[in-house]
Design a binder for this molecule. Structure first.
Ligand SMILES: [Zn+2]
Ligand SMILES: [Zn+2]
Length: 257
């Protein structure tokens, strides 16, 4: 885990920060796919986008203590992935529940430990597998209205902070639950596809100079917004942000659709 890509929600604005401070196992021993799921975020971009090595995708969604998104959110994620990834044999979503009673919040290391202890779907044969942990408690880095909604912490590993998404959606002057969830799931999964400049090469210069691995096009799904005004539009989110032309061009050039 070379890089943490995190979706933050800060005082009526939304964005992401990456964090190089965490280094996990990355020993490069891929014999028998034994460590195929222990590489850095973005390292599986080509494997996800192309069909050459893997022509199906299996997503294991692991709910902690019953925390789960709206059904429509997973439908939206699957549709989004079908439009971007070359997986002719299909995209399957498996849902499981686990229990965990530790602490009031999670560090990314604790999330990682839970994944290692509970993940059952691994990349094999013609199938690439992705794990999504859905946490019932917030990330320990949350402060006030600056909160972490999700993190892409390895090549096939995501965590989504469900209780935090629920705090910031579905109410008055908040985005709908499904719209915020779908935005977070799609955004984090797109980091696994190597955006922006995270394993999928840039076809044009659109990486945000101030927020690495994000797009500088306002309104793009991969945009990191740091200044007020425009974000409010994003946060009202009457529609789900889409990838802009430059992000799409990067994905297509790296074998995506
Ligand atoms: Zn991000
Ligand atoms: Zn973009």
């Amino acid at each position: 885990m070379k890089k943490l890509i995190t979706l933050l929600f800060a005082i009526s604005l939304m964005g992401c920060s990456s964090d190089d401070g965490n280094n996990h196992v990355d020993n490069g021993n891929n014999a028998g796919n034994g460590n195929a799921n222990l590489r850095a975020t973005g390292a599986s971009a080509e494997e996800l986008l192309r069909s050459a090595e893997y022509d199906q995708l299996e997503i294991e969604v692991i709910y902690i203590n019953g925390a789960r998104p709206e059904t429509e959110t997973l439908v939206n994620l699957r549709t989004f992935l079908q439009e971007r990834l070359n997986k002719p044999d299909g995209i399957t979503i498996i849902e499981r529940n686990i229990t965990d009673s530790t602490g009031e919040n999670y560090t990314i290391e604790e999330i990682d430990d839970l994944e290692q202890a509970n993940r059952t779907s691994f990349t094999r044969d013609n199938t690439i597998a992705v794990s999504i942990i859905v946490a019932d408690k917030p990330n320990e880095r949350d402060e006030g209205n600056s909160v972490v909604l999700g993190t892409a912490y390895r090549n096939t590993s995501l965590v989504i902070y469900q209780s935090t998404i629920e705090r910031f959606s579905g109410g008055l002057n908040q985005p709908s639950r499904v719209n915020l969830e779908t935005t977070v799931y799609n955004h984090e999964f797109t980091h696994l596809m190597g955006l922006v400049n995270l394993g999928t090469p840039l076809q044009s210069q659109h990486e945000d100079a101030d927020n690495e691995n994000h797009c500088d096009v306002q309104g793009c799904l991969m945009f990191f917004e740091i200044n007020g005004g425009n974000v409010l539009n994003m946060m009202n989110m009457s529609s789900i942000p889409q990838l802009d032309a430059q992000c799409l061009a990067d994905l297509r050039a790296n074998g995506g659709r």
